[in-house]
Design a protein around this ligand. Structure first.
Ligand code: THU
Length: 141
């Protein structure tokens, strides 16, 4: 299983690939699936601003593409002075594949400041089909 330091290194290795000509905020994410495999993503902006894809969703899409559906850790690295928490849309996507104990770490590549949460602290009350519907299909199907 990769350490948090290893996940941070992997995310940092793609930070320069972030496509952020509009906000200037570069973000990269490394997500660890249940079996220890790691998937990367960066933010991908668009001239039609609302089409922007965040780094976390980009990494989760890559994980799902590889056939993995359980999220154990999420490490975010950003070019901002402060570590950034995942946005609301990303939290909803993390809830889809994570659980209450999923670790979320955010690190500023600029200042080195770091924050760490469990997903339940950030998104304890978001909609989760797994928790609302007994035997819900959630991330299994
Ligand atoms: N961004 C992410 O990639 N992840 C987040 O959780 C917050 C925001 C991106 C979106 C946009 O490209 C830039 O950061 C500024 O909002």
């Amino acid at each position: 299983m990769p350490s948090l330091e290893e996940l941070e290194k992997r995310a940092l290795s793609v930070l320069d690939n972030a496509y952020a000509p509009y906000s200037g905020v570069r973000v990269a994410a490394a997500v660890e699936a249940e079996d220890g495999s790691v998937f990367l993503g960066v933010n991908v902006e668009n001239a039609s601003y609302g089409l922007t894809i965040c780094a976390e969703r980009s990494a989760v899409a890559s994980m799902v593409t590889a056939g993995k559906r359980k999220l154990r850790k999420v490490v975010i690295v950003s070019s901002t002075e402060e570590p950034l928490p995942p946005c609301g849309a990303c939290l909803q996507v993390l809830v889809e594949f994570g659980d209450r104990g999923t670790v979320v770490v955010s690190i500023s590549a600029k200042s080195g400041k770091k924050k760490m949460w469990r997903l339940e602290e950030l998104a304890g009350h978001l909609f989760s089909i797994k928790e609302i519907v007994q035997g819900g299909r959630g991330a299994q199907s």
